[in-house]
Write a protein that binds this ligand. Structure first.
Ligand code: CO
Length: 134
């Protein structure tokens, strides 16, 4: 079921500063910021050849990463995203095995315009897992 690593996401308190550090200090290619109001975040992607790093900054009230940044004020690893061929089939299989799908259980459109779901970190050893239909 599980395919390639699509990205690793890092929550950061200041997206402009983080993007500048990746672009300047680390010499990486960084995309323009993209606001995702449905997800409560603004994102940029860093291209590192074999995968991408997603930098996330809170957007609006009740952002799902606000509490994370309160606990980790300088930022930190927020989630990993794996690709699946069929997100609805993956969700149904996970739910049947007792894994918790966050939100209403229906895929939302992610940063790449493809359907995504998040799985409860307590079911996957303390790491929030995102699935994206490839
Ligand atoms: Co992500």
């Amino acid at each position: 079921m599980l395919g390639r690593l699509n990205h690793v996401a890092l929550a950061v308190p200041d997206l402009a500063a983080a993007a500048a550090a990746y672009r300047g200090t680390l010499g990486a290619r960084v995309t323009a910021p993209q606001a995702l109001p449905e997800h409560g975040v603004t994102v940029v992607f860093v291209d590192v050849g074999n995968t991408r790093i997603e930098l996330l900054e809170p957007l609006g009230e009740g952002s799902p990463i606000a509490a994370f940044l309160e606990k980790n004020p300088s930022g930190g690893m927020h989630h990993v995203c794996y690709e699946v061929d069929d997100i609805v089939a993956a969700r149904d299989r996970l739910k049947a095995s007792g894994a918790r799908v966050l939100g209403d259980g229906n895929p939302k459109t992610g940063a790449h315009g493809k359907p995504v779901l998040f799985l409860h970190p307590k079911d996957f050893f303390g790491t929030l897992v995102e699935l994206e239909q490839a």
